[in-house]
Design a protein around this ligand. Structure first.
Ligand SMILES: [Zn+2]
Ligand SMILES: [Zn+2]
Length: 249
């Protein structure tokens, strides 16, 4: 597995990943395309990456910070997979919860439902004949039982620290700041706190896991260093934080 974060926040998400296969070269995937098309190309090239070898693009849901370039990528001949709002009725690329889809040779995706404020939001189990990853971005929680899977790597949202939001929300209510009240209520109802992230990780079999990557941290309500320390200490695994403008911590 090789991984590059090109963007990770409510301002945009895009991740470049390669997974090993037994008798084939690694499969190349773009997970999320939530930046303008030209910006994806620019960030890829500054990482020494190229769009041509990308075998498939997978998108979790139809919010712009995850899907902005999906149309441009499709028009340029990339295979973009996502729900009906992203790919329409194209059965070849339509992802539906519970239905395994082959997205490249020896590369399959098991999409499952996650709770989020966008229609048909999905999480992904992505696996080749050699490696398996879990990818869960925007999500308040997911009910899918994945305790039997042995993931090599886990990519999961960790948006905010519950205590930080609590005080900010109370302050917004005191000040009758309706914009902030709405923002915090939306966040609490559609995104994952670091405590929720840890609760989900506790339910998984981490015996094969070689790394946990935290995504989509809030700029105002998350401390990347603390989150990284907390997860690596609690689970005894290397933990990395995907940075807003690309790169990892
Ligand atoms: Zn998002
Ligand atoms: Zn979203």
């Amino acid at each position: 597995m090789e991984f590059r974060c090109l963007a990770s926040s409510s301002a945009g998400n895009c991740y470049h990943i390669t997974l090993n296969r037994k008798d084939l070269p690694p499969v190349v995937l773009l997970l999320e395309a939530g930046l303008p098309y030209a910006e994806i190309l620019r960030r890829m090239s500054s990482e020494g990456l190229d769009l041509r070898p990308v075998d498939a693009v997978l998108i979790t849901h139809n919010h712009k910070d995850h899907s902005a370039a999906s149309g441009d990528l499709r028009r340029r001949g990339k295979r973009v997979y996502g729900n009906r709002l992203i790919v329409g009725d194209d059965q070849d690329t339509l992802l539906e919860a519970g239905r395994i889809k082959t997205v490249a040779a020896e590369t399959r995706v098991y999409p499952f439902s996650v709770e989020h404020d966008a229609e048909d939001s999905l999480g992904f189990v992505i696996y080749t004949d050699m490696e398996m990853i879990l990818f869960v971005n925007d999500c308040k929680y997911f009910a899918e039982d994945l305790s039997k899977q042995k993931f090599d790597y886990i990519f999961i949202e960790s948006n905010y620290d519950g205590r930080v939001i609590h005080f900010a929300y109370e302050a917004a209510k005191d000040q009758k700041n309706n914009i902030d009240i709405d923002r915090y209520e939306r966040l609490l109802n559609s995104h994952m706190s670091i405590a929720h992230t840890c609760d989900h990780l506790k339910k998984l079999d981490l015996s094969n896991c070689k790394g946990i990557f935290l995504m989509h941290l809030s700029g105002r309500h998350a401390n990347p260093n603390l989150f990284k320390q907390r997860v690596s200490k609690e689970f005894g695994k290397p933990c990395f934080v995907c940075r807003k403008s690309g790169g990892i911590l």
